[in-house]
Structures are given as structure tokens and as C-alpha cells.
Design a protein around this ligand. Structure first.
Ligand SMILES: *Cc1c(COP(=O)(O)O)cnc(C)c1O
Length: 362
């Protein structure tokens, strides 16, 4: 077995312990005589799996009882439409544009509601988070929307926007379970799990109960209506059963590591190692304003395309893979999610130092 250090932005690295456990249970899940892939989602065994996953997630995130936890499909993109379809009352919504994902959500929402961009960091290639302390949020806005951690550009909202009393909706795909979070500050939180939680195919939405109603836009597909899923405990139709099973294992892994406070400490330590090096390097440079830096996705550049390509190639030859930046921005990006060990970042920084020595004139 030759595992690499995988810096992919998503689908991304999962804890080795989780993969091994899944491997052990692959052919015969705990005496059931079958794999979780093969069993009925209506059966007793799977019922236990999904209930336990929800219970563990509630415990880890300290989710209050008046919030529903939904295990959905369709990727984060599906919620770009589901949010306006389920939340439109007055027909207006405020979007804060901090990168490609909030831009896509904003454009999608524009089909269903009067979506207003109340702030944007597009002027500086999304390299910062705009000041959101006093935004021109329309009084009749049904909600304020953010993408909390910008996977492509490597920025993070370290302070939530002042929504002026409006519901906050947040896409937390790439910072899910990376640190403790106060769920009560949000109306809706959701994220695709393939960044920091599990395999692609599952989206977890955490929604305050009073926002789950029959009062949806009239043409809302049955499957996109949150109430359909909530009334059926995510089992209206066949859920992404195997993915939910793996997510459940990751929740247990996080608990065993000491929960979200421990995750945060680990993640900060890893990020500090890489950022500290970037701040002192003569060859590599971070691209994000310091105070807005993500501790999950770390973009950096050399500023010379050929040398960047060479770096990415040589890194891969040294088992440091998927360091290429998103196709829309180029450069490099190291995603250092929960399951990336400290040793992985150490190996990356050591390799970068060596590469720097070879490519800077003395
Ligand atoms: C990856 C990502 C998305 C898109 O997720 P899909 O599951 O592919 O739809 C949306 N938002 C954020 C923050 C992401 O990181």
C-alpha cells in the first residue's frame, strides 16, 4: 500500500482509520452478511446507521433540537436552487459575493427571486472578505447568503456578516467540522461532504424548523422541498446510503480526536506551519489578505507559470499530490482538511524549501 499526501480540494483525503474500518466491514457489515451498499435503506440495520450518524453530528456540532439535520443529494449546487425555492416570501434576497461558489448561488437564485449582490470582493480577485458590518441589505430580504469558506480563493469569514436581523444562510462545504460553530447564528447551514466529511454524493443541511414549511415557490420540485425530506427523516426516497455510513464513521473519528475544538487546534497548527513558511519565502507567495486566510485551503503562487508547472510535477513525484490551483485561478493550492496529518504539511513545506533553494539565485 502506498498512500500519498493528497492536497485535493474535493473529493479529498479521508482519515485512514475510517477507510480501514470500512474495508473491514465491506463484505459483511457487523454480521448482517452484506455490505452497507447492498442493504435496504428501510431495514433495521441502515436505520441504526443513519440515526447514529445524526446523533453524533448533533453532539459534535451542538445542534439545538429546533434544527433539522437532512442528508440530501444533488451536491451543494442543488441547494443553490433549493435555498431560494424554500425561503422566498417577499421575493428578495441579499448575496455576498466572495468567490465562484457564492457567485453561482447568486446567479441561480436570480431565477427565482430578486437576488441583490450587497457586497463583493471581485475587484481584487476575491483575495479578501469585504467589510460586512453595515451592508445595504434590503429590509424585505428573505435572507442573507454567504459562502463561509471560499475553497478556490482561500478566504474565510472569521466574523459573520451583520445581517440586520435577517436569516443567515451559509454554504459551509469546505469548512464543515473544521472548528466549533454556533449553529444558532444561522437559519440554514449546508455543505457537500466531499470536502471535509465524507465521499461525494451527500449534502448535509442543518435548517431551523420554522424555515421548513409548505410555503415554497409553487413549482418547487418535490425533491427540493426541504419539508419533503424533513417529514421523512431524509428517507423520502433512497438516500446516498453508503456515503451517509462513511460520514457516520468520520463523525466518530472526530469525536475520538476530541471533537471540534481539537480539530480547530490541529487545523490551526497545520495552517500556521504553511503560512509562516509562505510569509518568509522568497519564491512562493500566498495570495490572500492575512486576516481573511482560510485554514482549510491555502492558495499560493510563484508568479512564473513554467516554474509552477515544474513544482506541481516534482511535488507529485514526491507523493505530494493535487497541488494544482483551481482551473479558474491557476497557481497552487494546498487543501489541508481535517484528515490531512501534520506530517503531510511538514513534508510539503520541506519540499517547498528544497525547491526554493534550487530555484532562487544566491
Ligand atoms: C465544492 C464546493 C461547492 C460545489 O459542490 P458540489 O457538491 O460539486 O455542487 C459549493 N460550495 C463550496 C464552498 C464548495 O467548496
Amino acid at each position: 500500500m502506498a498512500r500519498v499526501y493528497n492536497f485535493s480540494a474535493g473529493p479529498a483525503v479521508l482519515p485512514l482509520e475510517v477507510l480501514k474500518e470500512a474495508q473491514e466491514e465491506m463484505l459483511d457489515y457487523r454480521g448482517s452478511g452484506m455490505s452497507v451498499m447492498e442493504m435496504s435503506h428501510r431495514g433495521k440495520v441502515f436505520d441504526g446507521i443513519i440515526k447514529e450518524a445524526e446523533k453524533d453530528l448533533r453532539e459534535i456540532m451542538n445542534i439545538p433540537d429546533n434544527y433539522k439535520v437532512l442528508f440530501l443529494q444533488g451536491g451543494a449546487h442543488q441547494q443553490f436552487s433549493a435555498v431560494p425555492m424554500n425561503m422566498t416570501r417577499n421575493g428578495k434576497a441579499a448575496y455576498i459575493i466572495t468567490g465562484q461558489w457564492s457567485k453561482r448561488a447568486f446567479q441561480e437564485a436570480g431565477k427565482y427571486t430578486d437576488a441583490v449582490a450587497v457586497a463583493s470582493s471581485a475587484d481584487k480577485t476575491f483575495s479578501y472578505i469585504p467589510d460586512c458590518s453595515d451592508l445595504p441589505i434590503p429590509e424585505d430580504a428573505d435572507y442573507v447568503y454567504i459562502c463561509e469558506n471560499n475553497t478556490i480563493y482561500g478566504t474565510k469569514f472569521w466574523e459573520l456578516p451583520n445581517t440586520k436581523g435577517h436569516e443567515l444562510v451559509s454554504d459551509i462545504s469546505s469548512c464543515f467540522l473544521s472548528e466549533p460553530i454556533d449553529v444558532t447564528k444561522y437559519g440554514v447551514l449546508y455543505g457537500g461532504v466531499q470536502k471535509n466529511v465524507g465521499p461525494a454524493g451527500v449534502v448535509i443541511a442543518i435548517i431551523r424548523e420554522d424555515l421548513i414549511t409548505d410555503d415554497v415557490l409553487p413549482y418547487t420540485p418535490t425533491m427540493l422541498k426541504w419539508k419533503t425530506q424533513a417529514d421523512n427523516d431524509s428517507l423520502y426516497n433512497t438516500p446516498p446510503a453508503y456515503g451517509i455510513y462513511i460520514c457516520g464513521k468520520v463523525f466518530k473519528w472526530i469525536k475520538a480526536q476530541g471533537g471540534l475544538a481539537a480539530m480547530k487546534e490541529r487545523n490551526e497548527k497545520k495552517a500556521a506551519l504553511l503560512y509562516d513558511y509562505l510569509d518568509h519565502s522568497k519564491l512562493f507567495k500566498g495570495t490572500v489578505v492575512k486576516k481573511d486566510r482560510s485554514i482549510m485551503n491555502v492558495p499560493f503562487i510563484i508568479g512564473d507559470k513554467d516554474l509552477e508547472a515544474q513544482f506541481i510535477k516534482e511535488a507529485a513525484e514526491n507523493s505530494l499530490v493535487s497541488l494544482k490551483g483551481h482551473r479558474s485561478v491557476g497557481g497552487m493550492r494546498a487543501s489541508i482538511y481535517n484528515a490531512m496529518p501534520y506530517e503531510g504539511v511538514e513534508a510539503l513545506v520541506a519540499f517547498m524549501k528544497k525547491f526554493e533553494e534550487e530555484h532562487t539565485e544566491r
